[in-house]
Design a binder for this molecule. Structure first.
Ligand SMILES: Cc1cc2nc3c(=O)[nH]c(=O)nc-3n(C[C@H](O)[C@H](O)[C@H](O)COP(=O)(O)OP(=O)(O)OC[C@H]3O[C@@H](n4cnc5c(N)ncnc54)[C@H](O)[C@@H]3O)c2cc1C
Length: 428
């Protein structure tokens, strides 16, 4: 394992491994639910590369091993205070890891996932080239790396966008009796924002929690504000008729993020094993049928007490990165089925993985796409379906930037290329 102290150490290691035919796996904070194994090669733990290089007006230049929590602390302390447009539902994830996956939370619904808010990346490709890339320069690599699962290059550092911060946030939690009622309310708020072309709510998400009395559904929505300009609740929620007045949280944005992290950390994840979560982007119009069906069939050993289901809305017009594969629908919801799997044996993990695979196939048949962080064992054929119209382009990028398949072999997106090489007598 390499714990690099500088970007040069990463570059040297990639060049060495590429020359010697040694596979390289990269880790941010290791939260990918089905973590790709290093296959006997070198694991580069990027968490040791965590310098905040610069915070300026509208941007932060940070190492890939920094967490969003670390970035947020620094940008809020800057003068004037700023924030990234999207902080994950759990802020202790790395910049490099989330930009390789997508990066979503309830803040993304109107402005897009974290991959949409990247100004520039510095990347070492699989064949050891050091490249700065952006929408305006080396765009092909830029787009092969964002949501690219670490297949074409390792992100060394990133220049990410910031926006002005407001000092406080108020979150309103409305309870709903059914998934259909929750979805109707969320869609009404989202429709209103789309119609006005400007969101009045800074964050919208949904959740379902299992209680002895059955599933309880909640709509959570925040408005950021400055003291003296408190949010007008009636105006904010005029598009919906909630069944009861909301619960309210009021605090600084930092306090809000901290309590959210603590809630996520409270979900048992199997005693240190990767969590057996299922993550699917589902077309809004199929959500009740697909997610509702799964909730109806949920058993105690799927999502027990303490388990949680999250729903993050996203307008697909916000998505411009080719490798971020979303369903062909105007609006999608990330259905995040956070199984409560504690404690868990290897046999149980295998059983839950089999269940996830069946739910994944059911989702694909319903027009959903996987968010590639979940515990699903996908085959190269599944990946080909997943990437659809950009599959050929992604494969060409892999050949261009990582021709000897040095990076990310544990994720079997391009394992057919490895087999082809072996068949030609060129095993690496
Ligand atoms: C408790 C928990 C909460 C989560 N909350 C959210 C959430 O709110 N929103 C969300 O979008 N996801 C969430 N996830 C899912 C997910 O794990 C992360 O989005 C993503 O994997 C980043 O986590 P990480 O920093 O630990 O990266 P890792 O899991 O370590 O890496 C993710 C992938 O990126 C690759 N990679 C890592 N660093 C680099 C790099 N520098 N360059 C190139 N490739 C790299 C890895 O090889 C791997 O394929 C959550 C997961 C857990 C377990």
């Amino acid at each position: 394992m390499l714990r690099p102290r500088s970007k040069e150490a990463v570059i040297d290691m990639v060049r060495f491994c590429d020359r010697e035919g040694i596979p390289v796996t990269v880790r941010g904070q290791g939260h990918t639910c089905f973590y790709p194994a290093a296959n006997g090669g070198v694991l580069i733990d990027m968490s040791s590369l965590r310098t905040l290089h610069e915070i300026g007006p509208g941007f932060a230049h940070v190492d890939a091993g920094c967490t969003w929590e670390q970035v947020l602390d620094a940008t809020l302390a800057a003068s004037p205070p700023q924030v990234p447009p999207v902080i994950n539902g759990f802020s202790r994830l790395s910049i490099g890891g989330t930009l390789s996956a997508g990066g979503i939370s309830g803040m993304a619904y109107f402005c897009g996932c974290q991959v949409e808010h990247v100004l520039e990346l510095e990347v070492v490709t699989g064949d050891g080239r050091l490249v700065r890339c952006s929408e305006h320069s080396e765009r092909r690599l830029f787009e092969a790396v964002l949501a690219g699962q670490g297949q074409c290059g390792i992100i060394l550092n990133a220049r990410v966008a910031l926006k002005p911060a407001k000092s406080r946030t108020r979150e309103y939690t409305f309870m709903y009796p059914s998934l259909a009622a929750l979805l109707e309310a969320m869609n009404a708020l989202l429709d209103e924002a789309e119609h006005a072309r400007s969101p009045r709510l800074d964050l919208i998400w949904g959740s379902a929690a299992r209680t002895p009395a059955g599933w309880g559904f909640a709509l959570l929505a925040n408005a950021h504000y400055e003291p003296g300009h408190e949010p007008d609740r009636t105006g904010l929620f005029r598009a919906i008729t909630p069944p009861a007045p909301p619960l309210e949280f009021d605090g600084t944005f930092r306090e809000y993020i901290r309590q959210l992290d603590e809630k996520i950390l409270a979900i048992p994840t199997g005693g240190g094993r990767y969590p057996m979560w299922l993550d699917m982007f589902v077309p809004s119009e199929r959500l009740v049928e697909y997610a509702g069906g799964i909730l109806d069939r949920t058993q105690d050993d799927d999502v027990g007490q303490g388990g949680l289901v999250l729903l993050f809305p996203l307008e697909t017009r916000t998505s411009t990165r080719p490798l971020m594969r979303l369903p062909a629908s105007k609006r999608v919801y990330l259905f995040d089925y956070c199984r409560n799997t504690d404690p868990i044996s290897a046999a149980k993990a295998e059983e839950l993985l089999t269940r996830n695979n069946a739910l994944y196939q059911e989702g694909v048949a319903a027009g959903a796409t996987a968010y590639l962080i979940g515990a699903v064992r996908m085959t190269p054929a599944d990946y080909q379906v997943h990437y659809g119209p950009v599959w050929q382009r992604f494969a060409a990028d892999k050949r261009e930037f990582d021709p000897r398949l040095t990076l990310g072999r544990g994720t079997p997106i391009f394992s057919h290329m490895l087999r082809d090489e072996t068949a030609r007598g060129e095993p690496r």
